[in-house]
Design a protein around this ligand. Structure first.
Ligand SMILES: [Mg+2]
Length: 190
């Protein structure tokens, strides 16, 4: 049986998006994210972070700083009994990137490159997978990669909610739990 994933955007979904967050002292976790990841672990979904990190290309922080921060973030999840399986990031920006980071790439969302890489690396069934993002570009990337369930997390900014076909707008991460149950291990046994 093919594996399923819970794809998570990072800034605005895992941590509060203050803009180019890259230090642990600036990291505030979004309410419900640990429960959601624990639930995905239990339902057999691979938890895959897909994140645009143009702050690298812009020179605000380095790739090694990003990796160190993500290692700390993953340990923070592990300490709470939750597991992030993979992290994919795009360091590029088509205009503001410096040096080799300035390019029109295939990975910066809404391009689906990171999702396609995950599909290949992990052998994922994309139609049975779930994506959570806080921007339309996240959802567009998911649609292009064939992700079956796509959630726009608007948190306490319900004014941003737009109704588009194929997209569920949620104000709480716990609202995504039902989709995990429907597509997870328990559902597969039926
Ligand atoms: Mg975001």
């Amino acid at each position: 049986m093919k594996r399923k994933a819970l794809f998570l955007d990072r800034d605005g979904v895992i941590n509060v998006d203050y803009g180019y967050v890259h230090r642990q002292q600036d990291c505030v976790f979004v309410d419900g994210i640990f429960d959601l990841v624990r639930q995905a672990n239990a339902t057999g979904h691979r938890v895959v972070v897909v994140t645009n990190q143009a702050g690298i290309g812009r020179g605000y922080f380095s790739e090694s700083q990003f990796v160190a921060f993500m290692n700390w973030m993953r340990r923070s999840f592990e300490e709470r009994g939750a597991r992030i399986d993979r992290v994919y990031f795009c360091p590029h920006h088509p205009v503001a990137g410096m040096g080799r980071y300035r390019q029109v790439c295939a990975c910066r969302k809404p391009e689906p490159g990171m999702l396609n890489d995950a599909q290949r690396d992990l052998g994922l069934d994309m139609s049975a997978s779930i994506l959570v993002g806080d921007k339309p570009s996240d959802l567009d990337a998911g649609a292009r990669a064939g992700v079956g369930r796509r959630f726009l997390f608007v948190g306490d900014r319900p004014g941003r909610a737009e109704t588009e076909s194929g997209i569920d707008v949620v104000t709480r991460l716990s609202d995504i739990g039902a989709a995990l149950e429907e597509t997870g291990i328990a559902a597969a046994r039926v």
